[in-house]
Design a protein around this ligand. Structure first.
Ligand code: BDR
Ligand code: CA
Length: 340
């Protein structure tokens, strides 16, 4: 996993920790929503919260490839996890860099690893510079990012993960044009992830499944910043984190809901059957006076270049939420059986 945790990144991590089919080999902490050291601290603390075994967590580059870092605490909260606050973890970060972890892992497990990127692609681009064969060594890459036939969420045409480091996106998708058709990256862009709307009723169902009380904690009429009293610590975390995301989306006139971009990508990484896809050649605008960072998909081979991505064009959001609620709800109950 390569993440910029991030409220929705943290739900993606929870989804995979809660899925017995997934084995997380390493987590790269990439600068994006918050600076890389804060991302790393959040990842360590999430493992504590989930009483997870030690999973390697590496620190990524502190800056994008070619431009200064921009972070977005207004979207994800001062620490990147909404209203949640973590005590410092006693776990330690790996001694190797995020890029070296990528390279070492794919060399150790050729053809076996699914890479899931839910942040900017800075560290994956750095890894590709170290190991140009990486696209052939991975089983599959799944990326959350981009906006194709859809407006951006950062500028009128830019999606956040691309906006933070467009050069990295360019390097990664240029490199993946060498991947065989069955190993093309699966791309979950805003076109699909903005259909994955979490509402307060999803949190209620999750609390029920986890046997956490009180069941109903979040409502549109609450005072902003109300803190959770959930008996289950994982439900408490989720409620405090997601409440911030609900309030952020409402502030931008999208309703009292939150787009679950990254958990959806995590679910697709585990089960591509959740998504229907269409091949395309994708590229990123690096010039432009108002369009820098815009992702473009050539669906019709007008560029006469081989497809370098399978873009997700359809899914069943209700099925995704059923899986999220069942997995994370059961996991929360198992990790804290007495709700403690
Ligand atoms: C992406 O941007 C980030 O803020 C989210 O974590 C997600 O990965 C959506 O554009
Ligand atoms: Ca993210």
């Amino acid at each position: 996993m390569d993440v910029d945790t991030g409220i929705d990144d943290s739900l993606g991590l929870l989804y995979l920790l809660a899925s017995p089919q997934a084995e997380i080999l390493g987590i790269a902490s990439t600068a994006g929503n918050v600076p890389a050291p804060q991302v790393a601290a959040n990842n360590l603390a999430l493992l504590d919260l989930c009483r997870a075994p030690d999973i390697e967590i590496t620190l990524g580059a502190e800056q994008p490839l070619a431009i200064p870092l921009r972070t977005t605490e207004d979207t994800h909260g001062p620490q990147g996890v909404g209203y949640a606050e973590f005590p410092p973890s006693r776990r330690t970060l790996s001694a190797r860099s995020a890029a070296h972890m990528w390279v070492d892992l794919v060399r150790e497990h050729p053809g076996e690893i699914v890479g899931l990127c839910t942040g900017p692609l800075t560290n994956l681009a750095l890894a590709l510079r170290l190991e140009p064969q990486l696209p052939q060594l991975l089983r599959r890459l799944v990326v959350m990012g981009g906006a194709f036939n859809h407006p951006g969420n950062t500028t009128p045409t830019n999606e956040w993960n691309v906006h933070v480091d467009p050069e990295a996106w360019k390097e990664v998708f240029d490199a993946f044009s060498a991947a065989p058709a069955d190993r093309r990256p699966l791309v979950c862009a805003l076109d699909i992830t903005e259909t994955i709307e979490m509402h307060p009723h999803h949190l209620i169902r999750l609390a029920e499944r986890a046997d956490s009380v009180p069941r109903q904690e979040v409502s549109e009429s609450d005072t902003p910043g109300t803190r959770s009293k959930a008996s289950n610590p994982i439900v408490r975390y989720l409620t405090d984190a997601v409440r911030f995301y609900f309030e952020f989306h409402r502030q931008y006139d999208q309703g009292y809901l939150a787009h679950m971009h990254d958990p959806f990508a995590a679910a697709v990484a585990l089960d591509p059957g959740l998504a229907t896809t269409r091949p395309a050649t994708i590229d990123v605008e690096l010039g432009g006076t108002i369009t820098r960072g815009t992702t473009v998909a050539d669906w019709a081979r007008m560029w006469h270049r081989e497809p370098n991505a399978d873009i997700v064009i359809g899914t069943d959001p209700a099925e995704f939420f059923d899986r999220l609620i069942a997995r994370v709800g059961d996991f929360a109950r198992e990790v804290y059986p007495a709700g403690q």
